[in-house]
Design a protein around this ligand. Sequence first.
Ligand SMILES: [Fe+2]
Length: 231
Amino acid sequence: MTIIIGRREAGTQSAGVVEGYPATAQRWPSRLQRRPLTASELSGPQAVLKRLPPVRGDLAGYGAKRALGQLMHLQVRIVDEDGAPVPGAVVEIWHCNAAGKYIHANDTHDAPADPNFYGAARVVTDADGTILLRSIKPAAYPVPDSGHWWRPPHVHLSVWGRVWLSRLVTQMFFPGEPLNESDRILQAVPDAEARARSIARLRPPAQGPEDALVFEHEIVVRGRSVSPAMP
Ligand SMILES: [Fe+2]
């Protein structure tokens, strides 16, 4: 299979086929070609939000009770290569519950679902390029088709820009997780600084009625410090 792509920063991006993770061989093309994007691709549908309306940014409180697990507040800032905020970006977020179970028909992990956990949200960055989420910290889970290895706790994020082709799909990891060091998705990124940029920062806990962990994260959508793409 051949795929045509734009500019790719090799050091910050996954090596492609990840050893010990057979499914990646089907996700990755055997040959890459580079070409510039055309004007029509860059001036495509503008009103992304009309097609993808926002969904509440609260994954922990969808039912009558809140989801099981460690409550967390997640603050994600979307910036460009100069650190300038990207307002109006559509950010989709999904992660598993506190037992390591996704709300998805393909998740065969023998772990309990949580009726109060929704598992996904779609929100829009504010003028400061920031989104705020209330959720529970996801658990680690075993990778079903790869022998005995576990994914560390992580959050999947998809960032849409102002046109359809302007999209980055990545993952956010949590600091201090031992499984980060053996995760074949995170470790497939050659550049250590790029891996470090994929790990959120723990901030002081939330004050007030909710005693929640607070994590801050930054996603760089382009340039030399672009966040690693991780499907
Ligand atoms: Fe995942």
